[in-house]
Design a binder for this molecule. Structure first.
Ligand SMILES: [Zn+2]
Length: 277
């Protein structure tokens, strides 16, 4: 099995949108932001070649609503065809696209993979068509309409996509988010999507953090917290249960890959040491 990481671009997200009711005083040391209160997040997709299947995990944001989304200041949006060509593949060879959830930064490129089947949780599909008002902007109606015409596999919790690649339901960020468990020579890695966006959500006790540019940033440790929830969630109780579930599947926090973690840019997994040491 070959696993490639595709960096699909970066975007700005308002600190308030990420942290909700948590005061800026508490989070600003942990997440550096600019003078306009924006934190930089990475968009990350995976490409897995199992020899039998070519699987994409999450498709990033496309260019279909960039004007509408200019608030997010997307940069370096990946050209999937070009990226896949460089790795010796093409978009039409992709057999399966796993969508952790249907927010615009994860699902807006679904139209690029004409031969693929699309694996998502039934609960996410239902919610995406009628989200809570505060989350409507996170679901692109054009993407939902596009998916209606594609080959959907709507699953309920666990589903084995291929030997060594399994999805599991991890609600909390959205009601139907799924994580992807990939069995490697170094154990199970779990791509947590937005359930755990950064290392800080996985390791609340840390006192130093590496940002996207490799700078070490001092952060305030929160030793009383087992996990630290991001600000966007539909059910916080579910979120905690899901965080423990992800850890149980990974077996170690070091094998949890947070969906928007900036310091993972450029790392090769499982070759490079990742996580917080
Ligand atoms: Zn996201």
């Amino acid at each position: 099995m070959k696993i490639y990481k595709i960096e699909a671009g970066t975007f700005h997200c308002d600190g308030g949108a990420i942290f909700g009711v948590v005061p800026k005083k508490v989070w600003q040391k942990r997440y550096p932001c600019n003078e306009e209160n924006f934190c930089t997040l990475a968009m990350r997709c995976l490409l897995i070649d199992t020899g039998n299947k070519l699987i994409i995990i999450d498709s990033g944001t496309g260019d279909k609503q960039l004007d509408y989304l200019k608030y997010y200041d997307f940069k370096g949006i990946v050209n999937f065809e070009k990226e896949l060509n460089q790795l010796g593949y093409s978009c039409k060879e992709v057999t399966d696209v796993i969508l952790t959830h249907l927010h615009f930064d994860h699902a807006d490129n679904v139209g690029l993979f004409p031969q693929a089947r699309f694996i998502l949780q039934k609960r996410e599909w239902e919610y995406a068509k009628s989200p809570l008002p505060i989350q409507r902007q996170l679901y692109n109606p054009e993407t939902i309409a596009e998916l209606e015409r594609l080959d959907l596999i709507l699953v309920g919790d666990r589903y084995v996509v291929e030997d060594g690649v399994e999805v599991i339901l991890v609600p909390g960020h959205t009601p139907g988010q799924q994580a992807v468990v990939v069995n490697t020579s170094q154990g199970n890695y779990v791509l947590a999507g937005d359930l755990l966006m950064t290392w800080i959500n996985v390791y609340p006790h840390i006192s130093e953090y590496t940002d996207m540019l490799g700078n070490r940033v001092a952060v305030t440790p929160q030793p009383d917290h087992a996990f630290f929830p991001p600000g966007i969630h539909t059910d916080l109780t579910d979120w905690y249960d899901s965080a423990w579930r992800v850890l149980a599947f990974a077996g170690s926090r070091r094998r949890i890959l947070p969906g928007h973690e900036p310091s993972l840019v450029g790392k090769v997994i499982p070759r490079d040491r990742v996580g917080v040491y």
